[in-house]
Ligand binder design. Structure first.
Ligand code: ZN
Length: 497
């Protein structure tokens, strides 16, 4: 039975999606290609496109179609109900914010960004504090407009990982922390130390060719995507046109390679989402935690694993014969899986990384509980860093000022990284049970069954289930830290004796 308001809604959602995809393409181009003299014209282009997107997304007709559909919701299919629910949520969020507020927030974000860059440069938190306070106040104000003022931090988390709650994360992280801190202590206190200095002078053009081969082997479709260079690696685009980036360092080739495999994991997820109606929840990803689980499973469980390197090491040695001739297989594998306490989150290994996230979650929670004042933030950060990560940063630049996330009010984003790690490990053990020969397949450079399993178990569902429900369906268990701890112990304890 044709349903006119539903069809009109879907057509409009698709149109809005394509407008937004043009905005993202402009951003990609800005990071990858833009000549330095074109920054001003790009800012105008981006502002016009953002205005067009906002105008379309707040089109009052959408409100009318949603209302008509809500009145006949009994006659809708489950898929239609899902599309309706998610479209109504986005529409509410975008239309309930007064234009004056949106403008004021954008201007505050831009000022805050520049203040953060400067404060970070000078390692001077005090100059950034008023801007951060303003971002927190704006977040409260935003949540109030949306009727979510009673649980502001939950609202922040929901923006990145829909339906996830701070109380759920608190319990998961508390359990993870209990097992993870002693495990990290054991690894970093081991007399076995990775020697990162063995990986020096890896020519960038060869690195690039090698990582493209790897990314193609694991299933990334270059007919529907590409990989370029940028200062900060990212993955954007839509399923049929994925744009991802990596960066190169002659003296840190593993970072480029694992970074590219990470972004390819995001790209594989996007390429695997249903494409029929790209503007609807049927084709959308679940949230950042599930997205990160996909990138991290390929980067860590697969890309740092023994089976993977048994296959790629001979090829790697062929590409870099001089650099690797005096490096043993054990030393190479240890450097790939190097663990070391580091004050900087994004330079951290996959074991200690989780501690950095727990630290940020605890700080954000206190900021929004209002049990921590902005002026006391550096002291609280340093004390918690010592307690959780096991070191005190030398200064604010290496501490509380290191991340970009807070300067534009992206609170509630950090937890997704660690939830993604938990889910990745849980998926890994599930797929090993489901496909007993998987590791021997990987050892032969065959990643087809793993990718098909992820397509079937995760990708094809779009946004049908939230993170917790999808985890239960995919793994038969609730999301928890046990698989991650098991995986880290099995991978790292034998390596570090
Ligand atoms: Zn990622």
């Amino acid at each position: 039975m044709p349903n006119k308001p539903y069809d009109q809604l879907v057509a409009e959602l698709d149109r809005i999606f394509y407008i937004q995809s043009v905005c993202r393409l402009l951003e990609w181009d800005e990071q990858v290609n833009l000549p330095s003299g074109a920054a001003e014209v790009r800012a105008s282009q981006s502002a016009i496109m953002a205005g067009l997107h906002h105008q379309s997304a707040t089109n009052p007709e959408i409100g009318e179609w949603l209302e008509a559909l809500e009145q006949q919701s009994d006659s809708l299919t489950d898929d239609q109900k899902l599309v309706l629910k998610e479209a109504a949520k986005s529409y509410r969020r975008i239309t309930r914010l007064p234009a004056e507020f949106v403008k004021r927030r954008a201007s505050a974000q831009s000022k805050s960004y520049h203040a953060w860059v400067k404060a970070r440069e000078n390692s001077d938190f005090e100059t950034f504090a008023p801007f951060l306070q303003e971002q927190i106040d704006l977040t409260h104000e935003e949540a109030n407009y949306l009727g979510e003022g009673d649980a502001v931090y939950d609202y922040c988390i929901d923006k990145h990982d829909p339906e996830m709650k701070a109380s759920t994360i608190e319990k998961l992280f508390a359990d993870l922390k209990t097992d993870l801190i002693p495990l990290v202590n054991k690894i970093v206190d081991s007399p076995v130390k990775p020697d990162f200095s063995i990986l020096k002078g890896f020519q960038v053009d060869r690195q690039e060719a090698f990582l493209k081969t790897v990314v193609r082997d694991i299933g990334f479709d270059f007919k529907h995507g590409r990989i370029d260079q940028s200062i900060h690696p990212f993955c954007s685009g839509i399923g049929s046109d994925i744009r991802m980036t990596t960066r190169f360092d002659e003296d840190n080739p593993i970072d480029s390679l694992t970074g590219a495999v990470h972004e390819a994991g995001h790209g594989l997820y996007d390429q695997g989402l249903p494409r029929t109606h790209p503007g609807t929840a049927l084709s959308d990803y679940v949230g950042m935690a599930v997205h990160e689980s996909q990138s991290r499973l390929w980067e860590n469980q697969v890309g740092r694993g023994r089976a993977f390197w048994n296959y790629y090491e001979p090829q790697y040695r062929e590409v870099f014969p001089e650099q690797l001739k005096a490096v043993s297989s054990e030393a190479l594998f240890l450097a790939i899986n190097g663990v070391k306490r580091n004050p900087i989150r994004f330079e951290s290994d996959e074991v200690t990384y989780n501690l950095h996230i727990i630290l940020r979650f605890e700080i954000e929670k206190q900021l929004f509980d209002q049990t921590l004042a902005v002026k006391d933030l550096p002291e609280a950060w340093n004390a918690l860093s010592q307690e959780i990560v096991g070191l005190t940063p030398k200064n604010d630049r290496e501490g509380v000022l290191q991340d970009i996330h807070w300067c534009d009010g992206s609170f509630g984003y950090f937890p997704s990284y660690c939830l993604g790690n938990m889910l990745a490990a849980q998926l890994w053990y599930t797929v090993l049970d489901a496909i007993p020969g998987l590791e021997s397949e990987i050892e032969q450079g065959n990643f087809t069954s793993l990718l098909s399993w992820l397509r079937e178990t995760i990708h094809r569902h779009g946004k049908r289930y939230n993170t917790l429900e999808l985890t239960r369906r995919a793994t038969g268990k609730p999301l928890g830290p046990d698989a991650l701890i098991r995986y880290l112990k099995e991978r790292y304890l034998p390596l570090y004796n």
